[in-house]
Design a protein around this ligand. Structure first.
Ligand code: HEM
Length: 208
């Protein structure tokens, strides 16, 4: 296969040749693919929720309206919520599979590190989504998160950056909304593309 077939855009999306064994179910259990599927579901349902969700003081009320007024609104929220929980579980299991098949070793170290960052970001993304509810349970989760942050060195400043300062300009969930929708989801989307590119550069999935 020529260089073009290996490294062109279409070559990455649908490589003509892959290693024998990489397609076996027990090579991957399709856990990376499942994580990406969850991310696609989250992106689609998240964009649909953006049409009705109101960050700030109306967060909780707007979510109740999505449940009660919007046709299939409750279903949309449930899909978004459960895809988030499943993504955290499947990314974790994918990481376990990578350890099990020792795919973190050379040539794949950079993709292992990218994966560790992706795992951390996925957990924080899930957490930040929970805070967007703006109800009492979100308040309790925010208090726990702030305490965790402030126990770190320099954590007070970090907590201010992440949770924001409550002010009349910044409704309780507005800060978290920006993190959730733009910064965290954007970073996970970008790093996933980098991850897929590195899989191809590392010679594809490592067969057991
Ligand atoms: C957003 C989350 C992630 C997505 C969507 C994702 C997706 C994928 C996909 C589709 C593959 C191809 C093989 C497979 O399906 O198992 C793969 C391989 C790989 N992933 Fe991930 N991944 C994610 C997170 C992680 C994490 C948390 C780690 C480890 C810390 C990791 C490390 C790797 C490595 C080293 C490979 C190459 C595996 C091999 O050569 O056998 N990934 N990833």
């Amino acid at each position: 296969m020529g260089k073009q077939g290996n490294y062109s855009f279409t070559g990455h999306i649908r490589p003509r040749q892959i290693r024998a064994g990489a397609l076996r179910l027990r090579a991957t259990f399709c856990l990376g693919g499942f994580s990406f599927l969850a991310f696609i579901v989250l992106t689609i349902t998240g964009v649909l929720l953006l049409f009705y969700y109101q960050p700030g003081d109306r967060a909780f009320a707007s979510l109740s309206e999505i449940n009660s007024v919007l046709p299939y609104g409750g279903f949309l929220r449930s899909l978004h919520f459960w895809a988030g929980q499943l993504m955290v579980i499947s990314v974790f299991l994918h990481m376990v599979r990578v350890v099990w098949s020792r795919a973190y070793r050379p040539l794949r170290e950079l993709n292992w590190i990218t994966g560790v960052v992706l795992f951390g970001l996925t957990v924080i993304l899930d957490y930040s989504g929970y805070l967007l509810r703006g109800g009492q349970e979100s308040g309790a989760a925010a208090t726990v998160g702030q305490a965790l942050f402030t126990s770190l060195p320099g954590g007070k400043a970090l907590a201010t950056v992440f949770f924001g300062q409550p002010s009349p300009l910044n409704g309780s969930t507005l800060n978290m909304f920006v993190w959730h929708v733009f910064i965290l989801a954007g970073a996970v989307g970008f790093l996933q593309m980098f991850h897929f590119w590195r899989i191809r550069r590392g010679g594809g999935v490592r067969p057991l």
